[in-house]
Design a protein around this ligand. Structure first.
Ligand SMILES: [Zn+2]
Length: 175
């Protein structure tokens, strides 16, 4: 198995969060990170680092829907990546049904298989899925980086609070 030194994990850059008609549209703050995430994606492609897309693939019975309105259901367009960030066939796409991208998913196994210890997080939302995933990666001992300009929240207070918490609680390096 080929070893990789680092991975980018792109969280929930899917149509239901990024298209104005999407079920959980996160607004212009979220759309604004698309070009930045694309540049990072290209640089990870170029140096042949691991690229993982982590996205919601919910079932209608999911616990999240007791508190949020339904979004990104499995096998619907809402859980497709936005066209600007389409994966290549070398990238990994990991579906998840909870905020935490390590819970009951393949993420940890893929990172282990490639021997990756250094991860870079981008995507949505900073204060929810990105932060919950960062927390779990912290418990698992990863060296975590968060792209400040590559994560977003619908409101600036949540964004700031999320970055602060990821740094102070989970040792994330804000880059
Ligand atoms: Zn969700």
């Amino acid at each position: 198995m080929e070893r990789k030194s680092k991975a980018i994990i792109i969280v929930n850059m899917v149509k239901d969060f990024l298209e104005p008609k999407g079920a959980c549209y996160c607004g212009r703050r979220a759309r604004r990170i698309i070009p930045y995430v694309k540049r990072k994606l290209i640089s990870f492609w170029k140096d042949r680092s691991l690229v993982i897309y982590l996205r919601d693939t919910h079932r209608s019975i999911d616990r999240e829907f007791t508190v949020l309105k339904p979004h990104a259901l499995v096998d619907t367009k809402g859980s497709d990546m936005v066209k600007e960030l389409e994966p290549t066939n070398k990238d990994y796409i990991v579906g998840k049904r909870f905020y935490d991208g390590c819970f009951d998913t393949e993420l940890g196994r893929i990172l282990t298989e490639f021997g990756v210890r250094k991860v870079y997080l981008a995507g949505l939302k900073a204060s929810a899925d990105v932060m919950e995933t960062a927390a779990h990666l912290f418990y698992l001992g990863y060296d975590i980086h968060v792209f400040k300009k590559g994560v977003a929240d619908p409101d600036s207070r949540s964004y700031k609070c999320a970055l602060k918490r990821m740094k102070s609680l989970f040792g994330c390096k804000l880059v």
